[in-house]
Design a protein around this ligand. Structure first.
Ligand SMILES: Nc1ncnc2c1ncn2[C@@H]1O[C@H](COP(=O)(O)OP(=O)(O)OP(=O)(O)O)[C@@H](O)[C@H]1O
Length: 357
């Protein structure tokens, strides 16, 4: 994934965003809509539940996702991730707030528009693959196209293309129970891609897979993203997965946003002790970029070293920096940010020795 440290999300307008979420709330329970705007809304989840019986699942969440971005929503169990992703297409009705997908207001959409949106623009990949057991791989992949009324020949051709894309060539005529978990999830990916959605949502798709297969599937998502460039919203409780896949990560706790940032930002500048604690075991050189390591040149330090870009990850930059006598210059595009020398790199690497589990 690219690790672009771009402008803050708030500078993106609704028309430019793939997804725009504003002031979104979900409170489960009777009279939940009477709570927002009252002092009860400021109670902790536990206090609110004790007082009113209502559960604050998602609390005043706002964010923007850019076209082509992989946006990860990360949080521990119960933080509100699944509710949030279901609010985005109104599989769960929001208590308050607005959602705009590709410039279309979802919150006010009638049933027909919602169906059209779910069918043609948004694809979801879940942990439980939701494959139809009596259909072949090919027919599972083509299912959404069938619902849309695409002709049989066109469906077959498109399904084959997607089966090939996810590396399942030769398994077209197998049934789901003849495939391993990883392969079944590939069918789920192919099915999601078949309809050429504008937005793909993944709700903990790899949580049930073995660690090695899970890593393969993460790499597969990265490869597919590079190939098809879709906007992706990826829900996970796994920090490593979030750091690996996300262009940006939204960290949730108790229904609220704690931080939104690039992997490097979250590790270098955690918003609070909760995030700090969360990222404390992360090998920093694998995530931090030169932006967070560079410094102003010392007096008299030569400033004619080679140039590197600020979004280069420290581990990838290390060899080049260590080979240079003196410092390399770090630029964000045309803008000079500072310099980095071998000691600056080693400081990151040595510091992480103490953080490895
Ligand atoms: N239908 C419901 N009625 C009442 N409370 C609910 C409902 N659905 C979810 N909740 C509560 O809302 C909170 C957020 O749940 P949610 O499932 O969104 O979290 P999550 O981060 O996805 O967790 P997990 O990974 O365990 O699914 C939890 O306290 C949960 O118990």
């Amino acid at each position: 994934m690219t690790q672009t440290e771009a402008a803050p999300a708030s500078s993106t307008s609704d028309e430019e965003s793939a997804l725009s979420v504003k002031g979104l709330w979900k409170i489960f329970g009777a009279k939940a809509d009477k709570i927002i705007g009252t002092p009860d809304a400021d109670l902790s989840r536990k206090e609110l539940q004790a007082k009113t019986g209502c559960v604050m699942a998602v609390k005043d969440v706002s964010f923007e996702v850019r076209p082509g971005e992989v946006f990860v929503v990360m949080g521990l169990s119960g933080s509100g991730k699944s509710t949030l992703v279901r609010l985005l297409t109104r599989l769960i009705e929001p208590t308050q707030g607005s959602v705009t997908i590709g410039g279309q207001d979802i919150t006010g959409a009638d049933d027909a528009r919602l169906r059209e949106l779910r069918r043609n623009h948004v694809a979801m990949v879940f942990q439980h693959f939701g494959l139809l057991p009596h259909r072949t791989v090919r027919d599972n992949v083509a299912f959404g196209l069938e619902v849309r009324g695409v002709s049989k020949a066109e469906r077959r051709a498109r399904a084959q293309e997607m089966v090939d894309l996810v590396g399942l060539s030769g398994n077209e005529d197998s049934y789901p129970d003849q495939l391993s978990g990883g392969m079944q999830q590939r069918v789920g990916l192919a099915r999601a891609l078949a309809g050429d959605p504008t937005l793909m949502m993944f709700d903990e798709p790899f949580s049930a897979l073995d660690p090695l297969i899970r890593r393969d599937m993460q790499n597969e998502v990265i490869r597919l993203h590079e190939e098809v460039g879709k906007t992706m919203i990826f829900i996970t409780h796994d920090l490593q997965e979030a750091l690996k896949l996300g262009d940006r990560i939204l960290i949730m706790r108790d229904g609220e946003i704690v931080q939104i940032g690039t992997p490097a930002q979250v590790v270098a500048e955690p918003a609070d002790d909760y995030v700090k604690d969360f990222v404390s075991d992360v090998p920093r050189s694998h995530v931090l970029t030169l932006r967070y390591v560079c410094r102003q040149p010392h007096e008299g330090e030569s400033s004619d070293g080679p140039v590197m870009q600020a979004d280069e990850i420290v581990r990838d930059a290390a060899r080049k920096v260590l080979e240079v006598r003196g410092a390399v210059r770090v630029y964000d595009g045309e803008e000079f940010l500072g310099v980095v020398d071998d000691e600056d790199i080693l400081r990151v690497v040595v510091a992480e020795e103490g953080t490895q589990p």
